[in-house]
Design a protein around this ligand. Structure first.
Ligand SMILES: Cc1ncc(C[n+]2csc(CCOP(=O)(O)OP(=O)(O)O)c2C)c(N)n1
Length: 319
């Protein structure tokens, strides 16, 4: 791997983190309408997985979707504008956080319906198989979402028809206010792969290089026509379920302690420096570049107009 590879991984992770911090800041000030779910602490997953994909490959995201959208190559200024409800946003300001899509980069959409992505991603994979392309489809989902019926239906069909779709579980130990182990019959989601006779693996989701390597195997396998896999990323939800969540169900100290020890960006930075893959100066250069990009995205969003009331019913149906 050359320097650009490592720099790109760092840039994407830092871009997601910086975007999310801005969103949190403006959301807490009441300037962003609607619910916002942050991906802080899970950046290595979207980054490492999407580093294996081209714009012809598809991803299907979740309600916690900004990281996936950024990692797949969407523009942060149009995303920011969408979150602020502005006309220059991806959905002309009428969709918000949970509806951003960018088909031009293969990002099929975030989804407010938990578990709503499996069948869409599997359908996209079926279309690619019929068209005889080498393109793959990846569906991201949470540990909570793995208990939806659609998970089992889609995985069964994908396995039976050997569709090029990869199931990436982001096991962050929480589903809203519910701890994972109280609602899930298995210790690891990946063992459910056995029921469908497909590979299931566990990855340290806070180690971007491991995420990249292991998801590469699953993605390559799908590309070669060998069918789906489950890749389970072990991570932790650092923030509340949504911005403003009072988090009465867990103690902040414990979460913060684990985050300090296991922040995926700090860990990757240490790896880069220890192994002389990037210098301090190069990392600082990326930080400056992204800080400027996100500041510019905020400015773009703030200066953009809101959609006009007369546009309320536009774009409800497609011709
Ligand atoms: C079908 C459906 N049921 C319930 C909800 C409410 N809800 C939103 S997010 C969430 C928890 C999802 O947990 P998980 O899948 O683990 O993802 P995480 O939030 O941890 O990333 C729930 C229950 C919903 N949006 N859709």
């Amino acid at each position: 791997m050359d320097k650009h590879f490592y720099a790109d991984l760092y840039r994407t992770m830092y871009r997601i983190r910086t975007f999310e911090k801005k969103i949190e800041e403006f959301s807490l000030k009441g300037e962003i309408p609607g619910f916002v779910h942050l991906y802080i602490g899970e950046e290595a997953i979207a980054t490492g997985v999407c580093a294996n994909l081209t714009h012809q490959d598809y991803i299907q995201s979740t309600h916690r979707g900004h990281g996936h959208t950024i990692a797949k190559g969407a523009q942060t200024d149009r995303m920011m504008a969408e979150l602020f409800g502005k006309k220059t946003g991806y959905c002309k300001g009428k969709g918000g956080s949970m509806h951003i899509a960018d088909f031009s980069v293969g990002m099929l959409g975030a989804n407010g319906i938990v578990g709503g992505g499996y069948t869409l991603a599997t359908g996209a994979a079926l279309a690619e198989k019929i068209k005889k392309t080498q393109n793959v489809s990846v569906v991201f989902f949470g540990d909570g979402a793995s208990n939806r019926g659609t998970f089992h239906e889609a995985l069964n069909m994908a396995a039976a028809w050997k569709l090029p779709v990869v199931f990436v579980c982001e096991n962050n130990e929480w589903a809203s206010t519910t701890p994972y182990q109280t609602t899930t019959s298995v210790k690891d989601i990946s063992v459910r792969a056995k029921g469908y006779d497909v590979p299931g693996v566990i990855v340290d989701g806070n180690n971007v290089l491991e995420v990249y390597e292991v998801s590469k195997e699953a993605i390559d396998r799908a590309r070669k026509g060998q069918g789906p896999s489950i890749v389970e990323m072990k991570t932790l939800r650092i923030k509340g379920h949504y911005v403003g969540d009072p988090e009465m169900y867990r103690t902040a100290e414990e979460v913060q302690k684990r985050f300090r020890e296991n922040d995926p960006i700090t860990r990757f930075e240490a790896t880069l420096l220890e192994n002389e893959l990037l210098s301090r100066k190069e990392i600082d250069g990326i930080i400056r570049e992204i800080d400027e990009e996100i500041e510019a995205a905020v400015k773009f969003a703030l200066e953009s107009p809101f959609p006009d009331e007369s546009e309320l019913y536009d774009d409800l149906y497609i011709d």
